[in-house]
Design a protein around this ligand. Structure first.
Ligand SMILES: Nc1ncnc2c1ncn2[C@@H]1O[C@H](COP(=O)(O)OP(=O)(O)O)[C@@H](O)[C@H]1O
Ligand SMILES: [Mg+2]
Length: 213
């Protein structure tokens, strides 16, 4: 479970998030919507440990992020456009990243690349990928180690209709395994179809919109 307690984020004199408290439970997909610049990415970065709240706490499975640990233990994410080494293939990029934790076998990496609709044996450099292919590889990277928490910031960027449908299917089956997924998008339609609960960032607050649960 992810909990935000009285979280505020201030940049210089700009308050972006003001006294937000919320709980995200396991086994659900949560959507976070709102117009550009409202603070969606800032919220995801605070949960991921990439930004510290100015005041308040982020607690993931009982662990205070930025205090007890710098980052949540079991987290996969895409925040904005995923960064890859441009001259390497998709497989080699994921192989390098997987070396950090060392829990993914080459087969698991290849299976995950196949799952997102890419060819794990392709020698094509990531520099030559379309935006949609890069997004798919980013999703593969985020899920290959089967993290408990998946944070996806605008994961449908650059995907065509078929791509969006495929990624939806992948996220729904990922949810079945008991994971928590937080999904940010400025496209409310994507979110409403997929999410159990939807929150809107508005006037520095997180407001529940209801969903399909
Ligand atoms: N590292 C930063 N330093 C200063 N301002 C930032 C930083 N990150 C985000 N902001 C500001 O916070 C606000 C919310 O940004 P963001 O969360 O990226 O919006 P979005 O909802 O589009 O993801 C914006 O006004 C942005 O300029
Ligand atoms: Mg954003």
């Amino acid at each position: 479970m992810i909990e935000l307690k009285n979280v505020c984020k201030v940049f210089k004199d700009q308050t972006v998030i003001d006294q937000v408290s919320v709980k995200f439970e396991d086994n659900k997909i949560y959507g976070i919507v709102g117009h550009n610049g409202c603070g969606k990415t800032v919220i995801l970065k605070m949960i991921s440990g990439l930004l510290k709240p100015t005041t308040g706490q982020v607690i993931v499975n009982g662990v205070r992020i930025g205090i007890d640990r710098d980052f949540p233990e079991s987290l996969g994410m895409i925040i904005e456009t995923p960064g890859f080494i441009p001259y390497l293939s998709g497989y080699k990029n994921l192989k390098n990243i997987s070396a950090i934790k060392g829990i993914c076998t080459p087969e698991k990496i290849k299976d995950t690349i196949r799952l997102v609709g890419l060819d794990p044996d392709s020698k094509k450099a990531v520099a030559k990928y379309s935006l949609g292919m890069r997004q798919r590889l980013g999703i593969a990277q985020a899920i290959m180690e089967e993290p408990e928490i998946l944070i996806l910031d605008e994961p449908m960027n650059g995907l065509d209709k078929k791509g969006v449908e495929e990624i939806r299917g992948i996220l729904l089956s990922y949810k079945q395994t008991g994971r928590t997924i937080l999904l940010c998008s400025h496209n409310p339609d994507d979110i409403k179809i997929l999410c159990d609960q939807v929150y809107r960032v508005e006037n520095k607050k997180l407001i529940e919109e209801g969903g399909n649960a």
